[in-house]
Design a protein around this ligand. Structure first.
Ligand SMILES: NC(=O)c1ccc[n+]([C@@H]2O[C@H](COP(=O)([O-])OP(=O)(O)OC[C@H]3O[C@@H](n4cnc5c(N)ncnc54)[C@H](OP(=O)(O)O)[C@@H]3O)[C@@H](O)[C@H]2O)c1
Length: 237
């Protein structure tokens, strides 16, 4: 089983690739020419590396990359610097998800999508209420922080444009809270909705645990069935 991973050079994408490999999967990564990857991947026959800019890939080109993949993971995120936050491409994640979906429609075969998102985003399929003050801050974030809007739009594309009954596309949107780095996978819990305010009292989520959950979703059928079409929130225990 081969998975295409976008954002594989990132702090969480790296873990997702390692855990997929550890569970016996094969991985294809699309990275920028400037991205860094662990040296061992360069000589690993289970890793295919494609160097190109995601925002310059045509739908047909993406369809050829996806042709032999049963799943696509996006751990893309804007670099936390002025260029990453306010420069182009402002719709990095949402455009990549739409591109992948359009390419899957050409491929015309079943593909699973796992999108790394944020606990700061709400699942509109559920009655997720947040305090007024959080609503106001998120409104401000929408005005001032393009990456937040991008994350919201990427998840919303899957939730409302692809929906629950697409013939070829199934998806899970993972919502971690404040990301931290830890050495090893630790106990974590998965919830339908946030159990604490992502802004006022954020929980913690290790990137390595997000990678572990991504790999489990794609390797364990029961885990996929439990969360397909949902937006699970993940916290360290
Ligand atoms: N920080 C938090 O507490 C938090 C909490 C919840 C959710 N999130 C979300 O989690 C996601 C991933 O977080 P992370 O810490 O793993 O991110 P990260 O380490 O910054 O990784 C971002 C990935 O996106 C790629 N990327 C960035 N700009 C790109 C562009 N213009 N074209 C192509 N690829 C590009 C990066 O590639 P390069 O290596 O080439 O730069 C890298 O692979 C983000 O969307 C973030 O919003 C963050």
């Amino acid at each position: 089983m081969k998975t295409l991973v976008l954002g594989a050079s990132g702090a969480t994408g790296n873990h997702a690739v390692k855990q997929l490999l550890a569970l016996g999967g094969k991985v294809k990564v699309i990275i920028r020419s400037t991205s860094n990857l662990p040296n061992e991947w360069l000589e690993n026959e289970n890793v295919t590396i494609i160097k190109t800019n995601i925002d310059e890939i045509s739908i047909n080109e993406m369809a050829t990359y996806i042709e032999d993949c049963h799943a696509v993971v996006s751990c893309l995120g804007h670099n936390i610097n002025l260029k990453g936050i306010y420069g182009q491409p402002r719709k990095l994640v949402a455009n990549a998800i739409k591109l992948v979906c359009d390419a899957i429609k050409i491929k015309n075969g079943p593909v699973k999508i796992v999108l790394m998102n944020t606990a700061g985003n709400r699942n509109k399929d559920l009655m997720e209420t947040i305090p007024l003050v959080e609503k106001m801050v998120i409104g401000l974030m929408r005005l001032c922080l393009p990456p937040h809007v991008d994350n919201e739009n990427a998840a919303e594309y899957l939730r409302s444009n692809i929906g629950q009954n697409h013939p070829n596309i199934q998806w899970v949107v993972i919502r971690p809270d404040s990301l931290i780095n830890t050495e090893a996978v630790s106990a974590y819990t998965i919830h339908f909705s946030p159990t604490t305010s992502a802004l006022l009292n954020p929980g913690k989520t290790s990137r390595i645990n997000v990678g572990n959950f991504i790999a489990k979703l794609l390797i364990e059928n029961d885990t996929w069935k439990e969360w397909v079409g949902k937006m699970p929130v993940i916290y360290n225990k």
